[in-house]
Ligand binder design. Structure first.
Ligand code: ZN
Ligand code: ZN
Length: 273
């Protein structure tokens, strides 16, 4: 008999007894493995490993898989929202086994099992549950990490009204901040370039419509670059080349977008004069 722990590992860290039966593992074998501590019993007929991620175990207790924002984290994909509420995919006809816990149950159709939902399903759920910005940022992160290789099937799985987001997405985004800026500026009809090298200035975070430099402090690009003197020198060199530099911090871009947007538009109007 194959070791139950070995098979569960192979299946994704959690399994139903019936699935394990197909590998020749019977009730006695499962009971022995539970007693020995190599696997844990999640609820009647559902088993996991001692090191299976907690969210996967809790979703399995509910009878579903981890999806949406919770699954992005487990897939290593950038998530817009830091909230820690568990989002569980129950499938269209699932039966939820919880009372009073704060999880978000998704009754979206499709063939759900236990474990971690596949990346493409997760992205579709993020769009439905969290909206366009969260979807776009997660999609660019997934593309950049080659966790989604073709967007054809994904494009067919989402409403036609959202397909432009798939067309706009790139596979070389350097950060979630960049994805968000690209989307928000695109909606204003503005073009964003990232990590642009300007002679005499060096590499700047972003250039909007070839005119305005955006530097965002607290973004990952700025690790180790905190010298105000150097920033001022760069701004002076950029001005000489005809660029205006606007500086924001990460929180402004993420949470106070109208302020950033107004500043960018005003700078573009000045540049066009
Ligand atoms: Zn729950
Ligand atoms: Zn959700």
């Amino acid at each position: 008999m194959l070791a139950p722990a070995h098979v569960i590992e192979h299946i994704g860290g959690v399994a139903r007894g019936a699935q394990l039966g197909a590998f020749g593992i019977d009730r006695h074998g499962l009971a022995r493995a539970v007693r020995g501590g190599s696997i844990i019993r999640v609820r009647a007929g559902v088993f996991a490993l001692p090191h299976t991620p907690n969210d996967i175990v809790i979703a399995a207790e509910h009878g579903g898989s981890v999806t949406c924002m919770s699954a992005l984290r487990l897939h290593g994909i950038w998530a817009l929202d830091g909230a820690s509420t568990l989002h569980v995919w129950m499938g269209a006809n699932g039966r939820v086994h919880h009372d009073g816990c704060p999880c978000v149950s998704h009754w979206y159709g499709g063939a759900t099992t236990l474990g971690l939902a596949p990346v493409e399903d997760v992205l579709v759920h993020v769009l439905r549950c969290q909206g366009e910005e969260a979807f776009f940022a997660a999609l660019e992160s997934a593309l950049q990490q080659r966790k989604v290789r073709s967007t054809t099937r994904l494009g067919r799985s989402i409403p036609a009204s959202a397909r432009w987001l798939v067309d706009l997405a790139r596979d070389d985004a350097g950060s979630g901040l960049e994805s968000l800026l690209r989307l928000r500026l695109h909606l204003l009809g503005l073009h964003l370039e990232c990590q642009v090298s300007l002679s005499g200035v060096g590499r700047v975070d972003f250039v909007v419509d070839g005119r305005i430099i955006l530097e965002v402090d607290g973004a990952e690009y700025h690790a180790g670059r905190t010298s105000r003197h150097r920033d001022l020198q760069r701004d002076a060199a950029a001005s000489r080349l005809g660029y205006e530099t606007l500086r924001f911090d990460y929180a402004m871009v993420m949470h106070h977008w109208p302020v950033v947007q107004a500043a960018v538009i005003a700078a573009l109007v000045r540049a066009a004069r």
